[in-house]
Design a binder for this molecule. Structure first.
Ligand SMILES: [Zn+2]
Ligand SMILES: [Zn+2]
Length: 123
Protein backbone atom coordinates (compact mmCIF):
# COMPACT_ATOMS: atom_id res chain seq x y z
CA UNK A 1 0.00 0.00 0.00
CA UNK A 2 2.81 2.46 0.87
CA UNK A 3 4.17 2.86 -2.70
CA UNK A 4 0.67 3.52 -4.00
CA UNK A 5 0.00 6.12 -1.31
CA UNK A 6 3.28 7.87 -2.11
CA UNK A 7 2.41 8.05 -5.82
CA UNK A 8 -1.17 9.00 -5.08
CA UNK A 9 -0.33 11.82 -2.70
CA UNK A 10 2.12 13.38 -5.17
CA UNK A 11 -0.37 13.02 -8.05
CA UNK A 12 -3.28 14.55 -6.10
CA UNK A 13 -1.02 17.41 -4.98
CA UNK A 14 0.07 18.10 -8.58
CA UNK A 15 -3.55 18.23 -9.77
CA UNK A 16 -4.66 20.36 -6.78
CA UNK A 17 -1.79 22.82 -7.26
CA UNK A 18 -2.01 22.91 -11.05
CA UNK A 19 1.64 21.80 -11.07
CA UNK A 20 3.34 19.85 -13.89
CA UNK A 21 1.72 16.45 -14.35
CA UNK A 22 4.86 14.30 -13.94
CA UNK A 23 3.57 12.75 -10.68
CA UNK A 24 0.33 11.80 -12.44
CA UNK A 25 2.34 10.17 -15.20
CA UNK A 26 4.46 8.32 -12.64
CA UNK A 27 1.26 6.99 -11.01
CA UNK A 28 0.00 5.91 -14.45
CA UNK A 29 3.32 4.21 -15.21
CA UNK A 30 3.26 2.30 -11.91
CA UNK A 31 -0.44 1.41 -12.20
CA UNK A 32 -1.33 1.62 -15.90
CA UNK A 33 -5.12 1.54 -16.37
CA UNK A 34 -6.23 -1.62 -18.15
CA UNK A 35 -9.09 0.17 -19.83
CA UNK A 36 -11.96 -1.83 -21.21
CA UNK A 37 -15.71 -1.55 -21.62
CA UNK A 38 -17.76 -3.94 -19.53
CA UNK A 39 -21.44 -4.82 -19.40
CA UNK A 40 -20.85 -7.49 -16.76
CA UNK A 41 -21.61 -10.09 -19.40
CA UNK A 42 -24.72 -8.30 -20.59
CA UNK A 43 -26.17 -7.80 -17.11
CA UNK A 44 -25.71 -4.01 -17.08
CA UNK A 45 -25.09 -0.91 -19.18
CA UNK A 46 -21.73 -0.53 -20.88
CA UNK A 47 -19.26 1.36 -18.71
CA UNK A 48 -15.52 1.69 -18.30
CA UNK A 49 -13.37 -0.52 -16.13
CA UNK A 50 -9.78 0.47 -15.35
CA UNK A 51 -8.65 -2.90 -14.01
CA UNK A 52 -9.33 -6.53 -14.80
CA UNK A 53 -11.55 -8.66 -12.61
CA UNK A 54 -9.67 -10.47 -9.88
CA UNK A 55 -6.78 -8.02 -9.62
CA UNK A 56 -5.56 -7.25 -6.10
CA UNK A 57 -7.35 -4.32 -4.49
CA UNK A 58 -4.24 -2.14 -4.43
CA UNK A 59 -3.67 -2.37 -8.19
CA UNK A 60 -7.35 -1.79 -8.85
CA UNK A 61 -7.16 1.34 -6.68
CA UNK A 62 -3.95 2.57 -8.33
CA UNK A 63 -5.26 2.04 -11.88
CA UNK A 64 -8.62 3.65 -11.13
CA UNK A 65 -7.16 6.66 -9.29
CA UNK A 66 -4.45 7.13 -11.93
CA UNK A 67 -7.08 7.28 -14.66
CA UNK A 68 -9.35 9.59 -12.66
CA UNK A 69 -6.53 12.00 -11.80
CA UNK A 70 -5.32 12.03 -15.40
CA UNK A 71 -8.85 12.94 -16.58
CA UNK A 72 -9.23 15.65 -13.94
CA UNK A 73 -5.74 17.02 -14.60
CA UNK A 74 -6.71 17.40 -18.25
CA UNK A 75 -9.91 19.22 -17.34
CA UNK A 76 -12.41 16.51 -18.27
CA UNK A 77 -14.54 16.19 -16.23
CA UNK A 78 -14.39 19.73 -14.92
CA UNK A 79 -13.67 18.94 -11.30
CA UNK A 80 -11.55 21.08 -9.03
CA UNK A 81 -9.37 19.46 -6.39
CA UNK A 82 -8.34 21.83 -3.62
CA UNK A 83 -5.75 21.72 -0.87
CA UNK A 84 -6.80 22.75 2.64
CA UNK A 85 -5.30 26.13 3.56
CA UNK A 86 -5.49 25.58 7.33
CA UNK A 87 -2.15 25.47 9.13
CA UNK A 88 -1.04 21.90 9.76
CA UNK A 89 -3.78 20.26 7.69
CA UNK A 90 -2.62 17.96 4.90
CA UNK A 91 -6.05 17.23 3.41
CA UNK A 92 -7.30 17.63 -0.12
CA UNK A 93 -10.92 18.04 -1.16
CA UNK A 94 -13.17 18.20 -4.19
CA UNK A 95 -14.28 21.79 -4.60
CA UNK A 96 -17.91 21.85 -5.65
CA UNK A 97 -18.55 25.47 -4.64
CA UNK A 98 -20.12 27.62 -7.37
CA UNK A 99 -17.06 29.80 -8.00
CA UNK A 100 -14.55 27.14 -6.96
CA UNK A 101 -13.31 29.29 -4.09
CA UNK A 102 -13.36 26.77 -1.27
CA UNK A 103 -10.25 27.01 0.92
CA UNK A 104 -10.72 24.43 3.66
CA UNK A 105 -11.41 20.71 3.87
CA UNK A 106 -14.25 21.27 6.33
CA UNK A 107 -15.88 23.48 8.93
CA UNK A 108 -13.39 22.50 11.62
CA UNK A 109 -10.40 23.83 9.67
CA UNK A 110 -12.33 26.92 8.54
CA UNK A 111 -13.35 27.96 12.06
CA UNK A 112 -9.94 27.02 13.51
CA UNK A 113 -8.35 29.39 10.97
CA UNK A 114 -10.91 32.15 11.61
CA UNK A 115 -10.35 31.93 15.37
CA UNK A 116 -6.56 32.00 14.93
CA UNK A 117 -6.80 35.06 12.67
CA UNK A 118 -9.10 36.80 15.16
CA UNK A 119 -6.71 36.08 18.04
CA UNK A 120 -3.75 37.30 16.00
CA UNK A 121 -5.59 40.54 15.23
CA UNK A 122 -6.72 41.21 18.80
CA UNK A 123 -3.27 40.58 20.24
ZN1 LIG B 1 -18.51 -2.60 -13.67
ZN1 LIG C 1 -8.22 20.95 6.74
Amino acid sequence: MAPLLRHLRAAVAAVADGAPSDPVNRLLAAYPPRLHVSTHEGAGLAHLHYARDGEPGVSWLGRSCGAALAHIGCGVPEVTIGRCQAAGCARFFVDQSRNRSRRFCGNKCASRTTVAAYRARSR
